[in-house]
Design a protein around this ligand. Sequence first.
Ligand code: PMM
Length: 388
Amino acid sequence: MRLTPLAAHTPEAVRAALAARGWETQPAWFAATGVQSLVVLLEDVSEPERESLVRWGAKTGAEVLTGEGWALVGAAASRLAPLARPDRLPPGLERLAPELGRFLASYADPPRRWEISQGVLHLDHPVLIGIVNVTPDSFSDGGRFATVDRAVAQAERLVADGCELLDVGGESTRPGAAPVTVDEEVARVAPVIEQLVRRGLGPVSVDTRKAAVARAALAAGAVVVNDVSGLAFDAALAGVVGAAQAGIILMHMRGTPDTMDSLAVYRHVAADVAAELGAAAARAEAGGVARERIVVDPGFGFAKTPEQNFRLLDELATIVGLGYPVAVGPSRKRFLGAATGRPVEDRDRATAVACALAWERGARLFRVHDAALAREALRVAGATTSPT
Ligand code: PMM
């Protein structure tokens, strides 16, 4: 008998072993995801539910670790699957089935497309989002035309370097940045969006928290709204996005850029961020945004310490487990400086590495300042993942 240990961090190795033995692609993939070991954390668990889980674990050989009100369940995905089936559930665990069913379905068959107005972005490969910041200091000299020209030149570079979406922002989210009125923000972003669309550069997203700015940007030709507040800043934004059938990126943060640093207190950062993003996605759907149009983003650097950002990067699968495509924006952020000692203008290599790690953990969209380096890193990372 010969023994070969197989890699277990993704289903790839099992899929390859089965394919080498004549299995068809689809059955091999589903079987490979079925033997994959999963761990889920259950909270708000009643005493009878806990007892029922412990009995089920003893019978099936699954690992069940519990305390008051919670349980950690570890088992192969195929062993967990009966817990998501109302007809096969052990008695007393009825509340578990819907959520577990949703998670297992998106785990076995993750979203492969993102619907945006007038189109779709395919997520079977890393998708780069290029940052076009129409920053306030650009206005202190040169006036608006120079700003538009500079933005167009930047956009051309980003598209040449492989960006499939351009994110235009007119409001700084740095702590202490001066607030921007709706009129001023529209005056910054709308002419740039119009020019990008006219020149066939895009599709274009607008980085704003405000419904009125989003409405003007969508009218100017944007097809995605990137909301760093996750719909917490302006409740009317969901309706604007829904009516336009645009895409939306819901980013996680707490408070405002001025208060967020004092709110970086989590019990377990990945689980807490996932819960808050799940609530943001529920707000979007309740406001009229279709599920297929939603992308979530853990919000690196927003209300997180460097250590929390790295935990979140490592535990990104928890965010992916929400079942929406995941975008990340680590580009040039402070936590990368904390790890490398590099100043902000010298963090593109660190950004590229963070993007590659995020791809491996399930992120599909990457918001970057410098697309050339990130593209190279993501080509290498993407080549380790075969299409399913
Ligand atoms: N970061 C910034 C601004 N907008 N949007 C998303 N979706 N994700 C991010 O991480 C994000 C964002 C701040 O970075 P910048 O000022 O360098 O653009």
